[in-house]
Design a protein around this ligand. Structure first.
Ligand SMILES: C[S@@+](CC[C@H](N)C(=O)[O-])C[C@H]1O[C@@H](n2cnc3c(N)ncnc32)[C@H](O)[C@@H]1O
Length: 320
């Protein structure tokens, strides 16, 4: 069987099994089997596959026909140019989330506000005092945190998740992408993951009566960025098998109306933001209006709602 014949046969089989974009999937899996970039297949249409290659491809295609995501089968995906390993322990990074990461690293690169730590004796500050900082809330594979660190080389990132397995994967990904020294991973339920990190909790930081500029705690970040679970619980069963059967439920379930994490963020995030800090969150289709209300109700100023590349409102940016 030639490369072209293998693509055609695999495409037909996957299409019959209801796999979307069957041809693309067939090409991705054949390229993985042959250890070639996908585009190289087009230069090798007449190449005859060995028996081992044909058998290997058959196994990959069978797995995909059970609706296992192609990224789980190949073991990784590209996110903002970073190679991110994926597994059943964390959500497969989505292309639309790349835009959130891009907005995040652009903000960090441009936004380097002077802090009291720089003006002061820097007694609490490490060698990187003044580096822009971000908190990735619900890091999963670590894709956002890693992209921020990879694209903004002066930034320091803290990433938290409630899943120990996801965090272990995220740590491996940070090491693979050579940003582990600037990304700190914390396990815990939301902001509780930060407890005890450097002792002082931001709510306990007193403003300095001698000085107009607000006290900045090492727990406070220039940016809080999050792609939280945002699917309404009852909707999960209606999603594609690739999502409902393979992404962890804890990465999808946003409560009865999908908005629980935003309610939590607007109530809890404030003390963890520096005075000129921003929050950037991804959200789902049709959630923009509710989200704006949720933020406004807790006195956040919604600065922008950005569309993704398919022109769907997808990212909300706000500050206090
Ligand atoms: C939609 S996934 C996003 C993963 C990754 N940031 C991305 O964009 O691909 C949401 C993540 O939030 C984590 N999560 C869910 N509940 C959490 C909680 N209470 N505290 C911290 N993380 C939580 C999940 O484990 C999951 O990894």
């Amino acid at each position: 069987m030639t490369v072209l014949e293998a693509i055609q046969k695999s495409t037909d089989f996957l299409a019959k099994k209801g796999v979307e974009s069957a041809r693309l999937n067939a090409e991705l899996l054949l390229a993985h089997q042959l250890n070639l970039p996908r585009m190289k297949l087009y230069l090798n249409f007449d190449r005859v596959l060995t028996t081992a290659e044909t058998d290997g491809l058959r196994e990959l295609i069978k797995r995909r026909a059970t609706r296992e995501p192609v990224q789980h089968i190949t073991g990784s995906t590209s996110f903002c140019g970073c190679e991110i390993s994926v597994s059943r322990h964390a959500l497969v990074p989505r292309p639309e989330t790349e835009l959130l990461a891009e907005l995040g690293w652009k903000f960090l690169a441009e936004h380097r506000p002077p802090t009291r730590l720089e003006d002061d004796s820097q007694k609490h500050a490490g060698p990187e005092a003044g580096a822009p900082t971000a908190l990735d809330f619900g890091t999963g594979t670590g894709c956002i945190a890693i992209a921020l660190a990879a694209k903004c080389l002066i930034a320091r990132i803290t990433a938290l998740d409630i899943s120990p397995d996801a965090l272990a994967l995220a740590k491996e990904n940070a090491a693979q992408n050579k940003v582990a020294e600037r990304v700190e991973f914390l396990l815990g339920d939301g902001f509780a993951a930060l407890e005890g990190r450097w002792g002082e909790h931001p709510r306990e930081v007193k403003s300095d009566s001698q000085n107009d500029s607000p006290e900045v705690s090492p727990h406070q970040f220039d940016l809080i960025i999050s792609n939280p679970p945002y699917i309404a619980s009852a909707e999960i069963e209606t999603l594609n098998a690739e999502v409902k059967d393979f992404d962890p439920r804890g990465a999808l379930d946003g409560g009865a109306d999908g908005l629980d994490f935003y309610r939590r963020l607007v109530k809890e995030a404030g003390p963890f933001l520096k005075p000129a800090g921003k929050i950037m969150v991804e959200f789902g289709d049709g959630q923009a209006d509710d989200l704006k209300q949720i933020f406004a109700a807790e006195k956040w100023i919604v600065e922008a709602v950005q569309e993704d590349y398919s022109h769907r409102a997808r990212i909300l940016i706000a500050h206090l």
